[in-house]
Design a protein around this ligand. Sequence first.
Ligand code: IMP
Ligand code: MG
Length: 175
Amino acid sequence: MKSQAFEPLFSSEIISQRVHALALQISSDYKKTRPVIIGVLKGAFIFLSDLARSLKVDADIDFVQISSYGSSQVSSGTCSLKKDISIQVADRHVLIVDDIIDTGHTIAYLKQHLLQHNPKSIKTCCLIDKQIARVSNPIIDYSAFTIQEGFVVGYGLDFDEQFRGLPAIYIMTAS
Ligand code: IMP
Ligand code: MG
């Protein structure tokens, strides 16, 4: 039977510092606006809740859910919307917040979908920019961390719905 090994990657202290710094940067860029922040369920829920509490601007918050991964560690490449927005985004500044950008398919799909609602602007923010498998090339405006490769869990990120609640981020390997 396969078992998993976990190698610490980002501690909760480092995550908290980076998320706070990112929130200050976003607050300064969105000063005097009231952006709509759209979190991508489920992975972004912890990142977005910390980010939102460090923002210095008022923001409306909504969520979408997109399926792309199933239970494998490899992106399927096809996305479908499981839950759509419930706030009107026409003429609003939109900031998409996701946990991790891997191939880029999810963000590219979501951006395309939201553009049909005629927002004033759309930017993207992710906790982790994972660069090795990038296929679609969406512009990532904000990222807390960049990694080259590896499958990571914790702080909202799961493997087959497990490990989201870990307070730090780990590289997971099957052995
Ligand atoms: P993309 O469409 O390939 O960019 O995949 C994005 C989605 O795949 C993320 O929102 C995650 O839900 C999932 N994903 C990609 N890499 C990882 C990982 O290392 N750990 C956990 N989930 C991941
Ligand atoms: Mg996700």
